[in-house]
Design a protein. Structure first.
Length: 94
């Protein structure tokens, strides 16, 4: 079955994407997942086709943007409740 652009990534492809985002090489990913480095190359080729990216860097950026991976220490911005006008006025008077 041929891989098509726009297809969803499989669970394994998401796992490999996360490891790419961590900066691991194909050989390091292969060792971690007990696969051959050639298998990782095939998975990456399929991931690149499905996502339309051309590099590991683009894949990493896309993975973060889409929420497929989280970057430690990078939290979502906290929601700041809007100030009412009286609180704003007292802040400006200080």
């Amino acid at each position: 079955m041929a891989t098509e652009p726009g297809e969803e990534l499989t669970e394994r492809e998401l796992e490999i994407t996360a490891l790419v985002t961590e900066g691991l090489t194909n050989r390091e990913i292969a060792a971690r997942l007990f696969l051959s480095h050639n298998t990782i190359k095939v998975h990456l080729r399929n991931i690149f086709t499905k996502t339309g990216v051309a590099s590991r860097t683009e894949l990493s950026m896309l993975a973060v943007q889409e929420g497929w991976v989280a970057i430690p220490g990078l939290a979502e911005p906290a929601a700041i409740p809007p100030m009412d006008s009286s609180a704003l006025a007292s802040t400006l008077d200080d």
